[in-house]
Design a binder for this molecule. Structure first.
Ligand SMILES: O=P(O)(O)OC[C@H]1O[C@H](OP(=O)(O)OP(=O)(O)O)[C@H](O)[C@@H]1O
Ligand SMILES: Nc1ncnc2[nH]cnc12
Length: 183
């Protein structure tokens, strides 16, 4: 199953040229969502490396994490807490814990926030994301977890595109390494 999922993830991935004004290609992962086998397989595959660690909650950053996080949480039978980005133009009500990331893969410092009453000292957190490059956004989420007194178990991503020391630091598992994707 894991090999078949990997094969489909690679096959359905595209680099696209956003057009004039852009200096680089961007990833198109829309094929992953449209494929029923990938959609069904992603949550269990992301959850698998951390199942024995008994997460109590999955946390993932907007926007793509809002799709992947609930898939992984459902596979584990736990709940989901989104890390919001105010730059998206909407913020949830009530007290929030914030963290500003270091510059991420695009050089942006991203503000992330989790609703306080959704994360606490009894929580064991699995973070989920589609892509890890510098690890900046996951590090910001790990800081929020620390402020809330929650335990960081590690992170699970579809594509690992970071140096090994970043993987070790974040306890990151990737379904694919970026080098496996088509050029
Ligand atoms: O390892 P890093 O350098 O932190 O980069 C990886 C992050 O950047 C992308 O998110 P983006 O902010 O582009 O959000 P998106 O899900 O809305 O595309 C990606 O989904 C990761 O969250
Ligand atoms: N090259 C990249 N690095 C980090 N996150 C991404 N999401 C899509 N493409 C990405």
């Amino acid at each position: 199953m894991a090999d078949e999922l990997r094969r489909r993830l690679i096959e359905l991935f595209r680099w696209v040229d956003p057009g004039p004004g852009s200096s680089h290609l961007v990833s198109d992962i829309s094929g992953w969502w449209r494929d029923p086998h990938v959609l069904a397989g992603l949550g269990p595959a992301l959850a698998a490396p951390f199942r024995d660690a008994r997460p109590t909650v999955v946390v993932a950053p907007a926007v793509t994490g809002l799709m992947l996080g609930p898939l992984a949480a459902t596979a584990l039978g736990v709940g989901f807490a989104p890390a919001h980005k105010p730059a998206d133009g909407r913020l949830p009500a009530g007290p929030l814990t914030w963290s500003r990331s270091d510059p991420d893969f695009r050089g942006r410092q991203v503000d992330l926030a989790v609703v306080d009453r959704r994360l606490g000292p009894d929580d064991r957190v699995l973070a989920v994301d589609d892509w890890v490059a510098t690890g900046a956004q996951l590090r910001a989420i790990r800081k929020i977890c620390a402020v809330r007194g929650a335990t960081w178990l590690g992170a699970s991503a579809v594509v690992r595109d970071c140096p090994p020391e970043v993987s070790r630091e974040l306890r990151l598992h990737g379904l694919l390494d970026a080098a496996q994707l088509p050029a």
